[in-house]
Ligand binder design. Structure first.
Ligand code: FE
Ligand code: ZN
Length: 520
């Protein structure tokens, strides 16, 4: 917590002692949130808050900011403290009862690794991001909302670290998630996403994370992981998930509130906000490719397919939201129809990529079992049997001959989303790589899609600086020129953290602990 936050918390505690009980909720709320703000006198407000104007957003009346929850800091600490007590009681019980042995199958832990490596550090990044946004917005209602969310996100990071500490005693790949987040190729996808948001202005940050991510797309990140955990017997994850989700309702409200507030303040804000919605829809959607793979391939017991989730949570619910926002002049995010067409391909393409490169990943991969392949055929009748089943069959045959396929080449990455160029032209030829490029100051830059190319073309100076893992390896910045050197720099333990699940110590341990050799 920063100095300002702790001052406010202290003031809140003092006031609670001396405030007469008669005060209504609204007065009490005003006293303990909005009345804590003031206009500066030694320095002009514009100098103290230089960042809430350079994006071009016009605010005429900060009082127009509505806080639907009317939560005061003292009530906030009380609620959160209660949640923490419940959460840790369950995590303790889970640990004492060796709860990890009750999950459906050892393979499931790899979905958790993806979450803890890729998402938990985002919680911490979100805490930093909201603290920064709160500092830079001059309206006190917005600042208080950002402050609470910054503290929420720090709590999410902490509760997840406590869950990691249990799983890390028994499974590989979880020993250094923060170190890995800053270095590993596939983790640069979530990292670059969040750092793009944090290095934007405060209004873009809040629109990107609160609206595009938390309001529009969160159901596609949290729901699959948490329902996946529940379906697969992982009560530790379900518990921190529910605890975080209860903060989420506040976050989602902030997301919708910020967009409505911006649109109501000045008509000139509309094109700026629409561009952010377009950009952050596309970046968020690309990030969710990891979730698509998790849902269709990594859960031993499936919840629903990625394609079904996209239909329910984006096409249907998101469609209704944008319909509602159309009265402000907002339209559906650009390229949403591309996402719709890609939904029958996404998870297969990403899992194949991880299968190709799992010698360089801190999670294990496998060929889906026959029953799982049949499930995929059923869920993806137009694409799986035709395009992806034969590919898995080919790799399976190689593995049976003891020639398990690992790709030794380094892939070209998209300059914006940083995902290897594995997406295809699903409209015209789904076996051809989707490839776009731009020239900027005499150099060429490559993109996976029109969505990513648009983002680059609007702000090339920002994206030419991207830390692309493959470029960095080629430039000698990642420990050396050979795979063992790069893995050492990632702090991976070769033969333990990486490779095929069937050959991993995780599987050997799982079979030993549960006394079963999982059916092949
Ligand atoms: Fe969070
Ligand atoms: Zn891209």
């Amino acid at each position: 917590m920063n100095k300002q936050a702790s001052d406010i918390a202290m003031k809140g505690a003092d006031t609670a002692k001396t405030t007469p009980r008669k005060l209504g909720l609204k007065e009490r709320y005003n006293l303990m949130t909005r009345d804590l703000g003031w206009d500066t006198t030694y320095q002009p407000m514009d100098k103290v808050f230089p960042f809430d104007e350079f994006e071009g957003i016009k605010i005429h009346d900060w009082e127009g900011w509505q806080d639907p929850f009317r939560l005061t800091m003292d009530a906030y600490w009380k609620f959160q403290g209660e949640k923490e007590r419940k959460l840790y009681a369950i995590i303790d019980a889970f640990q004492q009862n060796n709860g990890h042995l009750n999950v459906t199958d050892g393979r499931y832990i790899n979905a958790l690794k993806l979450f803890f490596q890729g998402v938990s550090p985002l919680e911490y990044a979100a805490s930093r991001g909201y603290a920064l946004a709160g500092r830079n917005l001059r309206g006190v209602g917005a600042r208080v909302a950002c402050q609470m969310q910054a503290i929420d996100e720090l709590r999410h990071a902490q509760t997840q670290i406590h869950t990691i500490s249990h799983y890390n005693k028994f499974f590989s790949g979880l020993h250094e998630n923060v170190h890995m987040y800053d270095r590993v190729w596939y983790l640069s996808v979530p990292k670059s996403y969040f750092e793009d948001a944090m290095t934007a202005g405060p209004f873009e940050f809040v629109t990107s994370i609160s609206f595009s991510f938390e309001y529009v797309l969160t159901n596609l990140l949290f729901m699959p992981f948490m329902s996946g955990a529940a379906f697969n017997g992982d009560m530790a994850t379900v518990t921190f998930g529910f605890s975080a989700q209860s903060d989420e309702s506040r976050h989602m409200t902030l997301g919708l509130e910020i967009v409505k507030f911006l649109l109501e303040q000045d008509p000139a804000n509309l094109p700026i906000v629409q561009r952010w919605i377009d950009k952050w829809f596309w970046r968020g959607y690309r990030l969710l490719a990891l979730v698509a793979m998790m849902m269709d391939y990594m859960l031993p017991k499936r919840v629903m397919s990625w394609s079904e989730a996209w239909e329910i949570y984006f096409e249907k619910n998101g469609g209704a939201l944008f319909e509602d926002l159309s009265r402000y002049g907002v339209r559906m995010p650009k390229y949403h129809e591309v996402a719709q067409k890609e939904k029958a391909h996404l998870s297969h393409q990403i899992w194949s990529t991880f299968y190709n490169y799992s010698h360089a990943a801190a999670l294990h991969t496998w060929i889906p079992k026959d029953s799982e392949k049949d499930w995929l055929s059923e869920k993806y009748p137009d694409t799986f049997d035709k395009l992806y089943r034969p590919r898995f069959k080919h790799w399976e045959d190689l593995a049976k001959k003891d020639e398990r396929w690992f790709n030794d080449g380094l892939p070209m990455l998209c300059q914006v989303c940083q995902i290897p160029m594995v997406f295809t032209e699903v409209d015209t030829d789904p076996t051809r790589i989707s490839f776009r490029e731009s020239d900027y100051k005499g150099a060429k830059y490559h993109f996976c899609s029109d969505g990513c190319k648009d983002i680059f073309d609007y702000e090339p100076e920002k994206y030419v600086q991207a830390w692309l893992p493959v470029h960095q390896i080629f430039q000698g910045n990642c420990g050396g020129a050979t795979l063992p050197e790069v893995l050492a720099w990632y702090h991976f333990e070769p033969g333990v953290d990486n490779g095929d699940y069937d050959l991993s110590p995780d599987r050997a341990n799982w079979d030993r602990w549960t006394g079963t050799r999982a059916a092949d």
